[in-house]
Design a binder for this molecule. Structure first.
Ligand SMILES: Nc1ncnc2c1ncn2[C@@H]1O[C@H](COP(=O)(O)OS(=O)(=O)O)[C@@H](OP(=O)(O)O)[C@H]1O
Ligand SMILES: Nc1ncnc2c1ncn2[C@@H]1O[C@H](COP(=O)(O)OP(=O)(O)O)[C@@H](O)[C@H]1O
Length: 202
């Protein structure tokens, strides 16, 4: 697609992220879960959001259900489509972070290049990569949606971990293996790790 060069954003008079953070009395950040299907990304995101809500934080989760059925409903699972999926998600997330909202994304985001793109769009200081490192064997045993079974039978192409790659992050902000930690433990680890990042300092 050709780039439109006749666009002149007006930023000077607009309220800043810091104004909105002050209003909300919180600091915004991007918590980016990555991991295999069934590793526990959505479960962790939901539990973390509930705990943050209890503590008075404004949050927003972006995950497959609200993105792949809406803004990205024209995308599949080829490498190019996954890249476009994550690019749009990162752009949308950036808007949420700029609103002062603690933003939580739960996507496989399978390659280092894809996550690097997201990091660059969102900004490296705001991007907290959480690797949900639950082993493939455990994810496959859980097979929450029956997709691994189908992928093994060859009924789903390009399935992450089976017939498409997953590259583990080299230096994640945090790594959680949900086959070793209960949900409660995992949320506690997450809360402790992000506490200082989201605390408003007047
Ligand atoms: N081929 C293939 N590979 C992987 N996953 C597949 C595939 N086809 C459908 N699904 C379902 O789509 C969910 C992953 O979507 P994502 O947007 O997170 O994927 S990606 O980041 O673009 O790689 C994933 O959901 P989660 O289980 O929540 O991860 C699957 O349920
Ligand atoms: N400690 C744990 N943390 C998170 N999920 C767990 C844990 N133990 C078991 N599970 C189960 O694993 C499954 C993870 O599924 P889901 O959160 O949808 O993963 P993903 O979003 O990565 O595909 C859920 O059925 C959840 O109940």
């Amino acid at each position: 697609m050709e780039k439109n060069t006749n666009i002149y954003p007006i930023f000077e008079q607009m309220l800043q992220r810091s104004d909105r953070e002050q209003l909300l009395r919180q600091k915004s950040v991007m918590i980016w879960f990555t991991g295999l299907s069934g590793s526990g990304k959505s479960t962790l995101a939901i539990a973390l959001e509930r705990e943050l809500y209890k503590r008075g934080f404004l949050t927003r989760i972006l995950d497959g259900d609200n993105i792949r059925s809406g803004i990205n409903n024209n995308l599949g699972f080829s490498e190019a489509d996954r890249t476009e999926n994550i690019r749009r998600i990162a752009e949308v997330s950036k808007l949420f972070v700029d609103c002062g909202i603690v933003t939580i994304a739960a996507f496989i985001s399978p390659t280092r290049a894809i996550r690097q793109m997201a990091r660059e769009i969102i900004g490296k200081d705001d991007f907290l990569e959480v690797y949900v490192s639950t082993p493939l064997e455990e994810c496959e045993k859980r097979d929450v949606k029956g997709l691994y079974k189908k992928a093994r039978k060859g009924e789903i192409r390009d399935f992450t971990g089976i017939s498409a790659p997953f590259e583990a992050p080299l230096h994640p902000f945090l790594e959680i293996d949900t086959s070793c930690h209960s949900l409660e433990e995992s949320v506690k680890i997450l809360l402790e790790a992000i506490e200082a990042k989201i605390k408003f300092v007047p």
